[in-house]
Design a binder for this molecule. Structure first.
Ligand SMILES: CC(=O)SCCNC(=O)CCNC(=O)[C@H](O)C(C)(C)COP(=O)(O)OP(=O)(O)OC[C@H]1O[C@@H](n2cnc3c(N)ncnc32)[C@H](O)[C@@H]1OP(=O)(O)O
Length: 429
């Protein structure tokens, strides 16, 4: 396989502070948040009125009226209305997939610039009605006469009015993400202490980054919020240890997953500016980094033989093998903390001789990464996880981190619903 052209560079990012759901952003829609985030990026880079090559975005929890969400956000933003936009959906990997998609288009010479974005609101989750009521309402919308409308409306029964509440459940198993992860946590023997330690490190890393002003040119205040509201700078192992388990209570093993070592339901949006090296130079923008390769994987989790969120354990070895790299070649590891135990299960799989031999086809374990390089600026446990916005948060954070520290290479890994995972290599430009 010939090496791809690497024209695309990451120029910067903008997000709104992430907020716990049903709090400060409870009345904001996905469209409001996405538009504001894109406008913040446009203002930061002086792009008002410009036509960008393409804007890609997405949301996991999406109202049917948002069928063209990203294009609508562009139309409401300060960008030129001649900027095309499209939506992508890959569950929690959506934000990273928008970066991969636009990077590939820039590398292929199809566009010169792009804005990758993502948004999610668990506060404004769509409520759907049951099939019986939906069919009647559709028929009603087609009725031509009052008599027809009355006949159709008379079919509505009180029981049909019960809405179907949104959930983080997997359609094929009926289990929530947390319940699935609890099975994986037990299978890999991940301790409560190790999960709480990771959660604490996440809060400490993010708090330090905020205090040092790292996010000053990556985050724009929104609706009176100027910092990620889930962040607990005063978090401690003692306070985390006091929390009662919320997932895995029906398993034979002791339940270990709490509100402290699981991501909270979160509202937020993020965006990343990408461009060809030439486009960046013409605009006087300094490249931070470039996404050099990406790899997706999926696992068959339905029969329970594989953990729902374990796909990155397969994608990362494939990605590194294709690029002739090992963990030693990386300066930073940005592994999305869906739950503390998700990250720990991935590390355990890579360190396992059995997993290496039986699942990866290697002679032994894949490898052990340097934990001091893991999520140095915190991750989703502290920042929160507005599903489709997490990829943009991670890419902008790690690109700036590489530039600021003079370090060379970052590994990005995001697990996603449906047994999927998307991983990428980001290198300093
Ligand atoms: C691919 C993927 O990413 S999959 C992941 C997808 N995401 C999910 O599935 C979301 C999972 N999370 C959830 O469902 C919810 O956030 C839950 C169930 C974990 C917790 O929900 P809630 O119980 O509503 O959380 P809540 O915010 O009330 O916190 C519970 C308690 O823990 C406390 N708490 C939470 N975090 C911490 C912390 N870091 N330190 C100390 N205490 C904490 C809260 O203060 C609260 O205490 P209180 O009851 O005394 O007020």
């Amino acid at each position: 396989m010939s090496a791809p052209t690497q024209r695309a560079v990451i120029l910067g990012g903008n997000r709104i502070p992430f907020a716990r759901s049903n709090k400060q952003y409870a009345k904001a829609s996905n469209l409001d948040m996405l538009t504001s985030t894109i406008d913040g990026l446009v203002a930061r880079f002086g792009l008002a009125g410009e036509t960008i090559g393409e804007v890609a975005g997405g949301a996991v929890l999406k109202h049917s009226k948002d069928f063209n969400l990203t294009r609508e956000a562009v139309l409401g933003s300060a960008l030129s209305p001649t900027t095309p936009a499209y939506d992508i959906g890959q569950a929690c990997a959506t934000g990273l997939e928008t970066v991969v998609s636009l990077t590939n288009k820039i590398n292929a010479g199809q566009i010169e610039s792009g804005i990758a974005s993502g948004v999610d609101s668990a506060s404004d989750a769509p409520i759907v009605v049951g099939d019986s009521l939906r069919e009647i309402l559709l028929e009603l919308s087609r009725a031509k006469t009052l008599t027809q409308r009355m006949r159709i409306a008379a079919q509505i029964r009180p029981a049909y009015l019960a809405p179907q509440a949104p959930s983080t459940g997997e359609p094929r198993t009926g289990l929530s993400m947390g319940e699935h992860q609890a099975i994986t946590t037990a299978a890999w023997g991940i301790s409560r202490e190790a999960q709480d330690e990771l959660a604490l490190a996440s809060h400490q890393g993010l708090a330090r980054a905020w205090d040092e002003g790292f996010f000053d040119d990556l985050v724009t205040p929104y609706l009176g919020v100027s910092r990620d509201t889930n962040l607990r700078a005063d978090s401690s192992l003692e306070s985390l240890a006091k929390l009662s388990p919320v997932f895995g209570k029906r398993l034979p093993e002791p339940a270990t997953m709490t509100a402290g070592n699981s991501t909270p339901l979160t509202d937020g949006a993020s965006s990343v500016l990408l461009g060809s090296e030439d486009w960046a130079a013409e605009h006087g923008f300094t490249p931070l980094a470039r996404l050099v390769d990406a790899e997706a994987a999926a696992v068959d989790f339905v029969d329970g033989a594989e953990g729902l969120l374990m796909a990155p354990a397969y994608a990362v070895p494939r990605l590194l093998a294709r690029n002739g790299l090992t963990f030693e070649d990386f300066d930073v590891f940005e592994i999305h903390e869906a739950f503390a135990s998700t990250v720990l299960a991935h590390l355990a799989a890579w360190e396992s001789e059995e997993f290496g031999r039986e699942k990866l086809g290697l002679d032994g374990a894949f490898g052990s990464l340097d934990r001091t390089k893991l999520n140095p600026l915190g991750s989703s446990l502290a920042a929160g996880h507005p599903f489709a916005a997490t990829g943009g948060r991670i890419i902008a954070t790690t690109a700036k981190y590489l530039k600021l520290t003079g370090k060379k290479r970052s590994l990005v890994s995001i697990c996603a619903a449906g047994g999927q995972g998307l991983t990428a290599i980001v290198e300093a430009a």
